[in-house]
Design a protein around this ligand. Structure first.
Ligand SMILES: Nc1ncnc2c1ncn2[C@@H]1O[C@H](COP(=O)(O)OP(=O)(O)O)[C@@H](O)[C@H]1O
Ligand SMILES: [Mg+2]
Length: 321
């Protein structure tokens, strides 16, 4: 497909979706409105991102602090609809904080953060988040946790919701834990339950905070493939935090690297050129992979060494005598 055909298809899909949105506005039907967006995404499914794809997230000089401590500073970037963006950086640099800002759980202390052209003011059902600490409701069973999420987006009878919840748990290989409480699950199982719950929302924006951190390597690979498959089908926009360089390179369209901070900035951006759908073996064995991995490691180490040097300048042992 040529670039101009892609752009034309992209525009066509947007026009169809716009028509449906207009119709739904005219009839005041929320269901149709969602349907319009979904249809556009389905049509756009195999179309790579171009300049024509609308901007989903725009961070403009965003800053955030707790009390007098600045955590994030001058965060400037845009994410297009359907992009898979990975956030990396050392522990404590503010990755989770940034996801909280995008989710609407916290608000920036300076700058502008917009989603679909609107300032983020509150949480939304269109933004699903997998928290780093899983955050399941401990008084509900695993199945009920997923059902509760589903009941927010599905107006169906309990039995049907239960069945869909079971399907999502099956996707993360947790169907046997439907009636178990979070306290009865291992860390990795709780993490998978939280992933199933977030996926069940089929939200436009999926925010995942180190979602595979507690998983064994085999389950991790399975879930990476699952996320990529769902992302390919649904064309969700994904912000995904990980410390795993190989995982980042395999999943991302783009990697944003935060500096150690505080305050932290987006210190580097890396575009990942591998064609999609990606084949794990092919990607990992390619010379570009080794080169990108080295580049990423260099940037991460550079940031850390600079931080150490800064700290050494401040706390040079001789200074304190
Ligand atoms: N509720 C809070 N109150 C005060 N400081 C916090 C709070 N949450 C996080 N922090 C601080 O903000 C910084 C960034 O934290 P976080 O976003 O969790 O980093 P990351 O996810 O990159 O590891 C850390 O220094 C952390 O100690
Ligand atoms: Mg974190």
């Amino acid at each position: 497909m040529t670039q101009s055909t892609l752009k034309r298809d992209c525009r066509l899909a947007e026009e169809i979706s716009e028509e449906i949105r207009n119709l739904s506005d005219a009839y005041g039907n929320e269901c149709w409105k969602k349907g319009g967006s979904r249809l556009a995404k389905t049509l756009l499914k195999d179309v790579p991102l171009t300049e024509d794809v609308p901007i989903k997230i725009r961070a403009n000089d965003v800053g955030f602090g707790y009390g007098h401590q600045d955590i994030l500073q001058n965060i400037d970037f845009t994410v297009r609809e359907g992009e898979f963006v990975v956030l990396m950086g050392p522990s404590g640099c503010g990755k989770s904080t940034f996801l909280r800002l995008v989710s609407g759980l916290s608000l920036p202390t300076r700058g502008k953060l917009e989603i679909d052209g609107e300032p983020v003011r509150d949480t939304s059902i269109e933004r699903a988040i997998v928290f780093q600490d899983y955050s399941l409701f401990p008084w509900l069973t695993t199945g009920e946790n997923v059902m509760l999420a589903l009941s927010q987006v599905m107006k169906k009878k309990k039995k049907e919701i239960q069945q869909v919840a079971q399907e999502y748990l099956q996707m993360v290989q947790l169907e046997h834990a439907f009636d178990k409480y979070p306290g009865q699950l291992s860390g990795g199982m709780r993490q998978r339950a939280a992933i199933a719950r977030a996926l069940a929302l089929s939200a436009d924006l999926l925010l995942m905070d180190e979602p595979f951190g507690a998983l064994d390597p085999v389950t991790r690979v399975h879930l990476q493939d699952l996320i990529l498959q769902l992302w390919q089908d649904r064309r969700q926009t994904v912000l995904f935090v990980t410390h795993d360089v190989e995982e980042a390179l395999f999943l991302a369209d783009r990697i944003l690297l935060f500096s150690p901070g505080p305050p932290s900035i987006v210190a580097h951006e890396l575009k990942i050129p591998f064609a999609r759908p990606r084949q794990r073996k092919k990607v990992f064995q390619s010379p570009e992979f080794t080169e990108l991995r080295d580049q990423l490691m260099d940037h991460m180490n550079k940031g850390l060494f600079e931080k150490l040097e800064r700290e050494e300048t401040v706390f040079y042992p001789g200074d304190r005598i």
